[in-house]
Design a protein around this ligand. Structure first.
Ligand code: COA
Length: 183
């Protein structure tokens, strides 16, 4: 075997990334990160963490279904799976070279930096790749969207339409009424 053969073998393999999160629920910001990760990787595994620490509003099955519904007919480059335990172990088992994380604001930095360093310590074969969240989604998070929806706020455009519908059902609110014209 020549010295460069392992590099050729690696170069011809699919480049796989894992995009982990709670996705409670998926937002347009998350979808933007998935689309952009697909420019860099051949396949992206959207890994939905059970995350009991966060007591999610939507069950794991609901969160998986909402993400899958974002790819009607399925996209062979995108897999949606649930994940439990250490993320880097999961990524390594799935042959992924990278964990994708979206970075929104400075406030995300400290936690993400800590997590990336810990993950690197746990598994050196898996790199963390940060993608800057598109400017138009920089202020949104799943919590803030749920908070607005819970109080009857209109969150259309910030989440896919089917997620908007699920939020409405979850919080049993009628669609936001058109404001009354001022006299
Ligand atoms: N657009 C919009 N919102 C975004 C976003 C983007 N591009 N990127 C992040 N967010 C928001 C999410 O909506 C979420 O908002 P919320 O807190 O209101 O729900 C928040 O940023 C961060 O959530 P998320 O990216 O889902 O991460 P998390 O903090 O819930 O953690 C895991 C999820 C999977 C990364 C974490 O639980 C984990 O690592 N679990 C495995 C255990 C492990 O390996 N631990 C060792 C790590 S060192």
């Amino acid at each position: 075997m020549t010295a460069y053969e392992p590099f050729i073998a690696e170069a011809t393999q699919d480049r796989v990334a894992v995009y982990p999160g709670t996705f409670d629920p998926i937002t347009m910001g998350h979808l933007d990160i998935i689309q952009r990760a697909l420019h860099l990787f051949d396949r992206v595994i959207v890994a939905v963490a059970k995350n009991p620490a966060k007591t999610p509003t939507f069950s794991l099955e609901e969160r998986l279904a909402m993400i899958r519904a974002c790819f009607p007919g399925g996209d062979p480059r995108v897999e949606v799976a649930s994940v439990e335990g250490l993320l880097v172990d999961y990524a390594y088992r799935r042959g992924a070279k990278a964990l994708i994380r979206g970075m929104r604001a400075i406030s995300d930095f400290e936690f993400e930096f800590q997590m990336a360093l810990m993950n690197r310590r746990l598994e050196r074969e898996v790199e963390t790749v940060f993608l800057m969240t598109a400017f138009r989604w920089i202020y949104i998070s799943s919590s803030i969207i749920k908070d607005a929806a819970r109080h009857g706020g209109d969150v259309s455009g910030l989440v896919p339409d089917h997620v908007c519908e699920r939020l409405r059902e979850k919080f049993m609110k009628a669609p936001a009424a058109e404001p009354e014209p001022r006299p």
